[in-house]
Design a protein around this ligand. Sequence first.
Ligand code: ZN
Ligand code: ZN
Length: 452
Amino acid sequence: MKLIDLNRDGGIGANSLFIQLGDLNILVDCGLHPKRVGRAATPDLTPLRGVTLDLIIITHCHLDHIGSLPVVMREHPNTPVIMTLSSRMLIERMLHNSANVMLKQREDANIPDYPLFTHDEVDRIGKRLTGLPFGMAKHFRGAKDDVEITFHQAGHVAGAAGVEIHYKHRKIFFTGDVLFDAQRTLEGAKFPSGHFDTLITETTRGTTERPMGKERRNEVARLIQAINDTIQRGGSMLIPVFALGRMQELFAILHDARKFGRLVDCPIFAGGLGMDLADYFDEISRKTKHVNFNRQILKDLKVQPTARKINPGEDPKQNALYVVSSGMMVEKTPSYALASGLVGHARNMIAFIGYCDPDTPGGQLLAAHPGDDFLFSAVNVNQKIKAHVERFELSGHADREELVEFAVQTNARSVVLTHGDPAARAWFMAQLSEKMPNASVLDPVPLQTYQV
Ligand SMILES: [Zn+2]
Ligand SMILES: [Zn+2]
């Protein structure tokens, strides 16, 4: 198999892997870098020039996996795109939202490349997107070769898939983004066990050791307690989350806590996209058995949309809980603006529940110390950190040890590392080299061609 990582920055960035199996050219994901803007945020698609792409596979609907899909589809107008049935229900909503965000960024930040695609274009590509059920093997043919592709539940977020590909006698497996633990709203990954020749694995949590006692259930209890403490001392709590998946998961957790009288009464504010996606989750939940979410949850919790305009640097003093995107507190998002107002007051708390890239404001705030000055440069606000800043281990990604265990039992001849910071990949490289001495472990340099 020939492989080129098109994610020009490495790290997590704009996920996109180009593989060749026989005469079949396949692209897996086509994301948008969460921290870059304009054309630089897309994967480098130049290796695809002059290539007839036979198939595009989408693992799930987070923007770091789909944000440049309309761009590559424009350049390859006849290539079919496959994903799971749940992803098919979510993808157009996510791309339309992305078009909105880019239109706004074009104005606010003067980025002439934006939008990379229009609402019309998203509507037009719809007919080329196909949803397939989990567990159903499907054949795809090139000029002479063919492959068989099967999606497996990957946990992580509704619709997320691990991808099994058979080509002749070779078996290849992509983990995609994966969570083996069950969440409140979603079953955990159900990957096939046994041998694969090549494994392409995510490495997101390579630098995160799960401390003893920080199992998901304990962390949920600790989070609810932290919300109660914050509200009871008159403060407000900000939980930055991804709109897709984490926000609905958190609402379901809050709903359970409220039902059993464990959560204080307080106003709850949330971002628009996540509330909108709750309707989609409700629908997916009724159509598949993997997802368990009901839109009534938002009504019961009396969730209100956040104010259209948040004044940076100003504590809104609402004694409320804010569940808003972005999860990594990226500039120009509601979580960033709110944090700039909340962080300067000791009664408030900012709680991170998912992965934060160390280079994002969220990652930087987690690494800072109480009393440090923290600059919110995009809104020109400098604050002394007085609020509680805390992380709760409710990640949507598998623990690194579980991923190593999965890799070892595949007895793969080659393992390819993706979707992780350099340090995270280095941990996997060391562990897998030691535990799989007969395998070659590859941390691909972007845009180089490998034979694996
Ligand atoms: Zn993801
Ligand atoms: Zn991802």
